[in-house]
Design a protein around this ligand. Structure first.
Ligand code: PLP
Length: 225
């Protein structure tokens, strides 16, 4: 794809994102040159899902980019991204949370994370069911973690055309956010993020209390794997 096309796509995408909602430009599998096209339009938050690809891009691209890790993260990879990552968006186990705590401590920093919810009807290994998430928070080990900051939730809606179903999944996540905010984070202003909405449903997500949309294809074109 031409850089000019990416710039045009980018301007088109942000037109539909209301003020107060942030865009995470999902640049996985796309080259530096294309990332720089969005950067030149003012974009500063990018999301990647593979550790090696991310670590390479971090070295090569401007230092004022905020990187979000959006994919499934293996515990043995946490140490590589811990020094620089702005946010790890898809935490779905206590084991991973503990490893982030450990690596955060080693790097003497607090790492922001989102817990990934599994609400969509699709079968996937990833994400916490609402009950599993309640359980994890109730057990309370996270309270002792001084180098992990739980900032909210991320989720993916079902990959369907039915807007009502997608809306209902987003609203389930939003309602769950309110429950958990009330029960555990009422005094914690950091717990404020709701990361939902991708290329095909980000406009809907913006109507369903998303604070952060993750858009890739609509900006950079189809990924070549
Ligand atoms: C790839 C990816 C996206 C972006 O998807 P598009 O359909 O290209 O916008 C968003 N979130 C996650 C978790 C992803 O893996």
């Amino acid at each position: 794809m031409k850089c000019e096309t990416i710039k045009r796509n980018y301007r088109e995408v942000i037109k539909f994102i209301p003020e107060g909602i942030r865009l995470v430009a999902i640049s996985k599998f796309h080259p530096n040159e294309h990332i720089m096209a969005a950067y030149d339009e003012g974009q500063r938050i990018f999301g990647e899902s593979h550790e090696q690809e991310l670590s390479r891009k971090v070295k090569e691209l401007p230092k004022d980019i905020e990187w979000h890790f959006i994919g499934h993260l293996q515990t043995n990879k946490v140490k590589y991204i811990a020094p620089y990552i702005s946010m790890i968006e898809a935490v779905d186990s206590l084991k991973l949370l503990k490893e982030i705590e450990k690596q955060g401590a080693k790097n003497n920093r607090e790492i922001k994370v989102l817990l990934e919810l599994h609400i969509a009807e699709e079968e996937t290994k990833y994400g916490l069911t609402l009950d599993a998430c309640r359980q994890l928070l109730k057990e309370g080990e996270w309270r002792e973690m001084k180098h992990v900051r739980i900032c909210g939730f991320m989720m993916m809606a079902s990959n369907v055309d039915d807007a009502e179903q997608i809306r209902s999944e987003f609203m389930t996540a939003a309602k769950f956010f309110d429950e958990i905010k009330h029960d555990y984070f009422a005094e914690d202003d950091n717990f404020c993020e709701r990361s939902w909405g991708m290329s095909h449903d980000y406009q809907l997500a913006c109507q369903c209390r998303s604070t952060m949309v993750r858009v890739g294809t609509r900006i950079f074109g189809e990924r070549v794997y």
